[in-house]
Design a protein around this ligand. Structure first.
Ligand code: TRP
Ligand code: ZN
Length: 876
């Protein structure tokens, strides 16, 4: 692992590569305990590069065993090989030349899960962002595009399946029970999209015929005996393929598309050309072991990785600063897929909840960075909510500003112009500027200025003339990562609603009705000829990623919460009302006063939950309280997480009591029939579990949840009921019995065991910390498996009470485990370390406990660059 090198890489220093690599022939020989890799590269000096410039290739922890230039071994004096770098002073000044590099790897010892590693006996690779340099020396940067031919050799018994990118061109048996396969990828690609998999895998096969008639062989590879639960993933894949043809005119381009499910994986999945590699969590599903949320997650990730084939692979990124070019755009595409396949309104609410819960704290704290960062130390630390989710919001704003047809025309131009190249954000925006004839230079600021802008809305109604004046003021806090605070170009969708819910939005002669284009610091809109004062519904569909400050009366918000024709704003009005109440209750709590949630707000929630005309998934969302972390962020300073938790609890009890009859009716498990994971059925289950939660809070009786647990016919119900027991009724015999039963039933299923670990870590009590400590010693816990680590330690990090114990014990234990984890897997350690990102908003006692913990950890000698980078930025 690289620990010494902590250089800052800057966007402004970008230079084209000195050497191009036209072809890569990889020969990988897999043996127990070691792998030998021979890479034969055809290189050529780039145009205009000085003829005496040395060839410098990237490495990471490599051991060079042989080196040839132009077919002849190189004398040791002609090159310098360190684990991090291969430098050859003299290579041909002009024309192509061949370099042959042999390295020796130890996949079994690779716990970082980057490069070539073994997971449950399966050899696999992970090369994004800079893992290829852990396999061989290479110009490991995304603007070097090459054609790959890959030969894999292994013992047939150990690895009957040998896979790489592209098409299989040759395979055969060798002596001693060994065999080989040769794969060729006809599309030039950067090294980060290379992949190889070898192991004893089972295949679920299918076929897909593209719009132009190409037959594609689809395969999902899993560990033996686990291909049956890949059926839903296969279905999601085929739906993704059709959707991309219809919505964006994008067809698949190879004869084969393979997916492999792997147990030990650093993230969700990886879009390697023609060979996507997945965390098995996003492939394997059945009703007994997976929740509705798991089904939705599989659908999203399958779609996301498939969509990368065009947005990421056919058109890739010039450099890692352009990461949002592929990630923001691909998240936008997967969100649109989900909206079309499920429910647009519900999908939008979910995406915004995610954005405000994950991206807003990042954008408003010490880990703040622009969607296109301008510098980094460790690129793996920039696979963030800002790049992914805010990046998607920027694409969405572009689509809103231009309208559907002009947006599609710009996308078509982008695909046509940049196919086969490594592009930049300027290239992307340029395609839209060209096809629409619009000036997008102010819009482009969104990519470079960090921070969440505020949008303040003021209203004035002049009754005699029937004129409503709306003033929109945008601002961006000074000091937003030093990247500028100039006004943004943003679409603000709005409507005017009568108190009875009629849409009064006037036509707009110069643009689309209900769309305001905000470019100035202050924008004034006037609506004349109104018979009565309308209710303003602003920032519909969350049309721009801003913090909205709209001083709106409770009466107006209650109208919107009950009747806004825009489903998103209906949800937000309710959510904001409840959020204000939770802030008020938190304040009362800290002042030692008791307070109750406003009865009208509770009633609106209950009415919405009981409204049969609305889709059940929306009604379930209406019952969700704003996350406690969200309340903390909006309070912004001197935060006491325990007081916020207590406020949420008291609101839950009060709402439960007020709506007892409704919740009793809704909490009855939805009618039994054959299980279906579709959005409607899932929505019904979500609603009934939300109701069960309120019922349990109101009565303090664990009976209904315990019975629901026992009777459950699917994992959504079983886990939902168990969650209520653990969240609300721990410690108790009923809770312990259910946890033990759950373990007995599912102990052999790794993915379900992750839920078991995560749930216990999330029980909101200070004593949970001791439970988590004990669970780190459990025979089924390992720091080597990222899913398990995320379940237990990640679960603790989101536990408002146990993590934030006022004595600091939660922080200290967490930091201690991060240090141990860092030695095995720096990427995961760094990611978990972001749990401290909002520490400066905490009240003084907890704040100094975090400070001491961070300083103690930073004082340790052997931290990885990854972890150190996050800790240093968090501390600053
Ligand atoms: N490109 C992947 C995606 O968003 C994510 C990714 C980046 C990744 N680095 C990774 C996945 C490392 C696994 C491991 O789809
Ligand atoms: Zn992605």
């Amino acid at each position: 692992m690289r620990t010494e090198d902590g250089r800052t890489i800057r966007l402004k220093d970008y230079r084209a590569p000195d050497f191009r690599v036209s072809t890569v022939a990889l020969d990988v020989v897999l043996e127990p305990g070691q792998a030998r890799v021979v890479a034969r590269l055809r290189l050529e000096r780039g145009p205009g590069v000085a003829t005496d410039r040395a060839l410098v290739l990237d490495g990471d922890g490599l051991e060079l065993t042989r080196l040839e230039l132009g077919g002849a071994p190189l004398p040791a004096s002609a090159y310098e090989a360190t684990p991090e770098r291969l430098t050859i002073a003299t290579v041909p000044a002009t024309g192509a030349f061949e370099l042959s590099i042999e390295t020796r790897l130890k996949p079994e010892e690779n716990t970082a899960l980057s490069g070539l590693y073994r997971s449950n006996g399966i050899w696999c690779t992970q090369c994004e962002a800079e893992g290829f340099r852990r396999i061989t020396y290479f110009p490991d940067r995304p603007d070097v595009l090459s054609l790959y031919r890959v030969r894999i050799e292994a013992a047939k018994g150990e690895a009957p399946v040998l896979l790489s990118n592209g098409n299989l061109v040759e395979a055969g048996d060798l002596a001693d029970g060994r065999h080989f396969a040769v794969w060729e990828d006809p599309f030039p690609k950067p090294s980060y999209l290379f992949a190889l998999v070898a192991g004893d895998l089972e295949r679920l096969g299918d076929t897909f015929t593209t719009a132009s008639g190409r037959e594609v062989e689809l395969g999902i590879f899993t560990e033996r005996g686990r291909s049956a639960p890949a059926g839903y993933a296969m279905d999601a894949l085929k739906r993704s393929m059709i959707w991309d043809e219809r919505r964006f005119g994008r067809e698949y381009d190879l004869d084969v598309f393979n997916i492999v499910a792997i147990s030990d994986f650093n993230m969700g999945a990886m879009e390697n050309k023609g060979l996507n590699v997945f965390n098995h969590k996003y492939v394997l599903l059945d009703p007994q072991t997976a929740t509705d949320a798991d089904y939705a997650g599989v659908e999203t990730v399958i779609a996301h990785e498939y969509f990368h084939n065009w947005t990421g692979n056919r058109i890739t990124c010039r450099d890692w600063f352009q990461l949002c070019l592929k990630e923001g755009l691909t998240v936008y595409r997967d969100q649109e897929f989900t909206a079309d396949e499920r429910s647009r309104g519900v999908q939008r609410i979910g995406a915004v909840r995610r954005l405000t819960a994950l991206q807003f704290p990042e954008d408003q704290g010490p880990l703040q960075h622009p969607v296109r960062p301008q510098h980094y130390k460790e690129i793996n630390n920039f696979y963030t909510a800002t790049v992914y989710d805010k990046g998607a919001e920027l694409v969405r704003m572009l689509a809103t500003l231009l309208g559907e047809d002009a947006f599609r025309a710009g996308m078509d131009r982008y695909f046509e112009r940049f196919d086969g190249t490594a592009a930049t954000m300027e290239d992307f925006l340029g395609a839209f500027a060209e096809t629409s004839g619009r000036d997008l230079s102010q819009f482009a600021l969104w990519y470079d200025q960090a921070g969440t802008p505020e949008l303040a809305v003021r209203e004035a109604f002049d009754a005699p003339s029937g004129t409503l004046t709306v003033t929109l003021t945008q601002s961006l806090a000074r000091g937003a990562a030093g990247t500028g605070t100039a006004p943004f170009h943003m679409p603000v969708l709005f409507g005017l609603v009568s108190p009875s819910g009629e849409d009064l939005t006037p036509a707009n002669p110069s643009g689309r009705a209900g769309l305001a284009e905000v470019t100035a610091p202050e924008t004034v809109m006037r609506f004349a000829g109104l018979k009565e004062r309308p209710v303003l519904s602003v920032l519909r569909d969350f049309s721009a990623p801003v913090v909205l400050r709209h001083e709106q009366s409770e009466a107006d918000r209650l109208v919107l919460a009950a009747r806004d024709p825009n489903l998103f704003n209906r949800w937000r009005a309710l959510n904001d009302l409840v959020g204000d109440e939770l802030r008020r209750l938190t304040g009362a709590n800290r002042a030692g006063r008791t307070a109750e949630i406003d009865g009208r707000i509770a009633a609106t929630m209950i009415d919405t939950a009981g409204d049969e005309r609305l889709e059940p998934a929306f009604r379930a969302l209406a019952l969700a309280l704003p996350p406690e972390s969200e309340i903390a962020r909006s309070i912004g300073r001197d935060v006491d997480p325990a007081a916020i938790h207590a406020a949420s609890e008291s609101a839950r009890v009060a709402i439960g009591r007020a709506g007892l009859a409704t919740f009793e009716r809704l909490a009855a498990a939805p009618a039994d029939g054959p299980f279906s994971p579709d959005a409607r059925a899932a929505g019904a289950r979500a609603l009934s579990l939300a109701a069960l939660g309120y019922l349990s809070a109101a009565t303090g009786d664990n009976g209904p949840a315990a019975r629901r647990y026992e009777m459950a016919g699917n994992m959504t119900d079983r886990f939902g009921a168990l969650a209520i027991l653990v969240q609300r009724f721990a410690p108790s015999a009923a809770c312990e019995a259910a946890l033990a039963d759950f373990h007995r039933r599912f102990e052999d299923d790794e993915l379900v065991m992750d839920k078991w670990f995560a749930l216990q870590a999330a029980s909101p009590r200070e004593e949970t910390l001791d439970r988590v400590k004990a669970l780190t010693e459990h025979r089924q816990f390992s720091l080597k498996n990222p899913n398990r680590v995320r379940a237990l330690l990640g679960g603790l990090a989101t536990n408002p009470i146990a993590f934030n114990r006022p004595d600091g014990a939660g922080y200290r234990f967490y930091a201690d485990r991060l240090e141990a984890l860092d030695k095995l897997n720096p990427q995961i350690a760094a990611r978990l370390a972001t749990a401290f990102r909002s520490w400066r908003t905490l009240e003084p006692r907890r704040q100094s406990a975090v400070e001491e913990t961070l300083d103690a950890l930073l004082a340790k000698a052997a931290l990885s660059i990854d972890l150190k980078d996050i800790l240093e930025r968090t501390r600053s």
